[in-house]
Design a protein around this ligand. Structure first.
Ligand code: IPM
Ligand code: MG
Length: 362
C-alpha cells in the first residue's frame, strides 16, 4: 500500500517519540513492501510560537488530505498564561475538524509489567483488558458556554444521532471482544443521559450477542478500582470518558504504554496518539518511552489501513522487546538499579531501535 501520513510532533516529548515511531513505520514499510509518505505539521505550543495560533488552518488541511494522522503530544507550562489561547485547543480543533467522534482507549496490563499495576494482585488476577469508547466531538466540550457577571455555564447537549453512532461503535467493538458493553452515564440526574439510555435500548436488538449494562459514572469510577475485570467495553460521553480513561490507564500502571485511536465514519483519516501527555520536564533528554506512540501506529494499521498482519507485527515486536527485559525509566519500577547494572535501562532512541530490530525478526 501507498499511504500519506501526517505527523504532528507537537510539544515536549512529542518530537522525541514521533521520531521513533517513524523509524518503526519505516521498518514496517520495508518489511511488507509499503510506502509511507510523511508530512510534518505544527500544532499546539509549537504552532503558537511559530504562527500565533494552536491549530493553523494549513495543519488541519494537511491532516484532512492524508490517510492517517499521528500525533505526539501538545501543551506545556510555557503556554499556560496566554489570554484566550491554549495549546489544547489544537486537540479540540483536530477532533472536530477531522470529525473523529469516537475515541478508543484500550486500558490493558502488559503481563511483563504487571508489577507496575497499583492494585492488589487478587483484584487483577487473570489480567485486565478494558476498552473505553469515548464520544469525542460533542457534549460539554463543545456545548454552548458563557459568562454573565459572576455566573458561568457550560452545556451538556447530545442529539440522538450523535449518541446512536457512538453506541453502535461500542456494540460493534464488544461483538469482537468479550461481548459485554457497559454504558456509563448519570441518568439519575441528567436528561441527556436518559436520552443515551433510550437510544441504547432501541438499538440493542441489532446486537443480540452483546450483553448491555448501565452504570452511573460515580459507581463506575468506584468499580474500576474495586473490580475492574467486570468491564469489557465501556461506552460513554466526552466528559465522563475523559475522566474514566485516565483512571483506567492509571490502574494498569502502564500509562507510558497505552495507545489511542480517534475515528470518524470511515470516510476520513483517523487520528492516532499515545494517551500520555507532553512531559515537558523530560523533553529532548532521550528519556521518554516511545512505546505508546509505536503502539498507536499498530492501531493505525488496524483501523485506518485494515492491515491486521502489520498491526500484529508491531504489537509482537513490542512484546518481544519487553520479554527481553528492555525498559525505559518510566516502566522500570523498583528494578531500575538492577536494570541499569544489566544495561537494560534504555532511552527513547535505544528503545525505538530495539523495536525496529525485533520487527525485522517477526
Ligand atoms: C485527553 C486530554 C484532553 C481532553 C485535554 C488535553 C484537552 O485530557 O485527550 O483526554 O480533555 O480531551
Ligand atoms: Mg484526558
Amino acid at each position: 500500500m501507498n499511504k500519506k501520513i501526517t505527523l504532528i510532533p507537537g510539544d515536549g516529548i512529542g518530537p522525541d517519540i514521533i521520531e521513533q515511531a517513524v523509524s518503526v513505520l519505516d521498518a514496517l514499510a520495508q518489511k511488507y513492501n509499503h510506502r509511507f509518505e510523511y508530512t510534518s505539521v505544527l500544532a499546539g505550543g509549537a504552532a503558537i510560537d511559530a504562527q500565533g495560533v494552536p491549530l493553523p488552518q494549513a495543519s488541519l488541511d494537511a491532516c484532512l488530505a492524508s490517510d492517517a494522522v499521528l500525533l505526539g503530544a501538545v501543551g506545556g507550562p510555557k503556554w499556560d498564561n496566554i489570554p484566550g489561547i491554549r495549546p489544547e485547543q489544537a486537540l479540540l480543533g483536530l477532533r472536530s475538524g477531522m470529525k473523529v467522534f469516537a475515541n478508543l482507549r484500550p486500558a490493558l496490563i502488559f503481563k511483563q509489567l504487571k508489577n507496575a499495576c497499583p492494585l492488589k494482585d487478587e483484584i487483577t488476577e487473570g489480567g485486565l483488558d478494558i476498552l473505553i469508547v469515548r464520544e469525542l466531538t460533542g457534549g460539554i466540550y463543545f456545548g454552548e458556554r458563557g459568562r454573565s457577571g459572576n455566573e458561568a455555564w457550560d452545556t451538556e447537549k447530545y442529539s440522538a444521532a450523535e449518541i446512536e453512532r457512538i453506541v453502535r461503535l461500542g456494540f460493534k467493538a464488544a461483538e469482537k471482544r468479550q461481548k459485554r458493553l457497559c454504558l456509563v452515564d448519570k441518568a439519575n440526574i441528567l436528561e441527556s443521559s436518559r436520552l443515551w439510555r433510550e437510544v441504547a435500548e432501541r438499538i440493542k436488538t441489532d446486537y443480540p450477542s452483546v450483553e448491555l449494562s448501565y452504570l452511573y459514572v460515580d459507581n463506575a469510577a468506584m468499580q474500576l478500582v474495586r473490580n475492574p475485570r467486570q468491564f469489557d467495553v465501556i461506552v460513554t460521553s466526552n466528559m465522563f470518558g475523559d475522566i474514566l480513561s485516565d483512571e483506567a490507564s492509571q490502574i494498569t500502571g502502564s500509562i507510558g504504554m497505552l495507545a489511542s485511536a480517534s475515528l470518524g465514519d470511515g470516510t476520513g483519516p483517523g487520528l492516532y496518539e499515545p494517551i500520555h501527555g507532553s512531559a515537558p520536564d523530560i523533553a529532548g533528554k532521550d528519556l521518554a518511552n516511545p512505546l505508546a506512540t509505536i503502539l498507536s501506529c499498530a492501531l493505525m494499521m488496524r483501523y485506518s489501513f485494515n492491515a491486521e498482519t502489520e498491526a500484529c507485527a508491531i504489537e509482537r515486536a513490542v512484546e518481544r522487546v519487553l520479554d527481553d527485559g528492555w525498559r525505559t525509566a518510566d516502566i522500570a519500577g523498583s528494578d531500575a538499579a538492577s536494570l541499569k547494572a544489566a544495561g537494560k535501562l534504555v532511552g527513547t532512541k535505544a528503545m525505538g531501535k530495539r523495536v525496529v530490530e525485533a520487527l525485522k525478526n517477526i
